[in-house]
Design a protein around this ligand. Structure first.
Ligand code: SAH
Ligand code: MG
Length: 199
């Protein structure tokens, strides 16, 4: 397992695949363990790095992870098999915005780590599959330090992408149903939970 994780880190570096930073994944794993999270939905599997590490937190943890890129999906499947997690990690090959989850499915943790420009869409779609005390965690809210400085970015594409992340942060900050805390770990992580005294 440890060796496979190292191999995955190497592979991601070589192929420029943005897997979670060490500090970020450690934070996520600590949260899963301390909050007794069992059922996880991940948007954006890449090669299965975060899915496998999350699944390893407890024998009872199960992860459903969605990936739309075929090469990453195949690599993810391979890695899940390698560590014997076939029964713990369910990899779905589809665009997350097109996935139809069975009605009534509930997750304790929904981890959003796919196309940054679509975070709000993912949040709005998958919030209905969150268990009453569940949380939605989003990654890369600092986006390598660019967030908050989008007006100074020269490249139009990058400026637009960072602008989208800034809009998403604003969406979280003004959300009436969810309360969000931001953490300055890894590339910036947010934990959103349903506001408690609201009906
Ligand atoms: N969570 C992974 C890293 C994910 S990188 C880890 O830390 O190990 C982001 C991944 O999201 C990429 O593989 C990309 O193909 C995928 N992705 C982006 N938009 C998506 C979408 N709409 N549906 C499914 N997967 C998506
Ligand atoms: Mg990420």
């Amino acid at each position: 397992m440890k060796e496979l994780i190292l191999e995955m880190e190497e592979y991601a570096k070589e192929k420029n695949i943005p897997i979670m930073q060490k500090e970020g994944i450690a934070f996520l794993m600590k949260y899963i363990k301390s909050s007794h999270v069992k059922n996880i939905l991940e948007i954006g599997s890449a090669i299965g790095y975060s899915a496998i590490l999350m699944a390893s937190c407890d024998p009872e943890v199960k992860v459903t992870t969605i990936e739309r890129d075929e090469t990453n999906y195949m690599e993810c499947l391979k890695n899940v098999k390698k560590c014997g997690f076939d029964n713990k990690v369910n990899v779905v090959f589809q665009d997350a915005l097109e996935v139809n989850l069975a009605e009534g499915t509930e997750y304790d943790l929904i981890f959003i780590d796919a196309a940054k420009a679509q975070y709000r869409k993912f949040f709005e779609k998958f919030q209905y599959f969150l268990a009453p005390n569940g949380v939605i965690i989003t990654d890369n809210l600092k986006f390598h330090g660019y967030v908050g400085k989008s007006n100074k970015i020269e490249s139009k594409n990058l400026r637009q992408l960072v602008g989208k992340i800034e809009d998403f942060i604003e969406f979280l900050n003004t959300n009436e149903e969810f309360e969000t805390k931001f953490y300055d770990v890894g590339d910036g992580i947010a934990i959103s939970a349903r506001k408690q005294n609201e009906k």
